[in-house]
Design a protein around this ligand. Structure first.
Ligand SMILES: [Cu+2]
Length: 69
């Protein structure tokens, strides 16, 4: 199990947090997602052989948010 942290720009409310969380949870190999509005980040526990940070970032972009460094 690997933990990957993604910094997300553009989340403004709990609805944003929930949609970011739900797109990440749909990705293969993901077992746990925590999204913090205050910290503007997602912490994802996943199987590194099935999914990686690039996929998470793409899913976040597709959901209408931006990736911060
Ligand atoms: Cu929102």
């Amino acid at each position: 199990m690997q933990t990957t942290t993604i910094n997300i720009k553009g989340m403004t409310c709990t609805g944003c947090v929930n949609s970011a969380k739900s797109v990440l949870e749909k990705i293969s190999g993901v077992s746990c997602v925590k999204v913090s509005l205050d910290q503007a980040r997602a912490i994802i526990q996943h199987d590194a052989t099935k999914s990686n940070a690039e996929q998470f970032k793409q899913a976040i972009r597709d959901a209408g948010f931006e990736i911060a460094r």
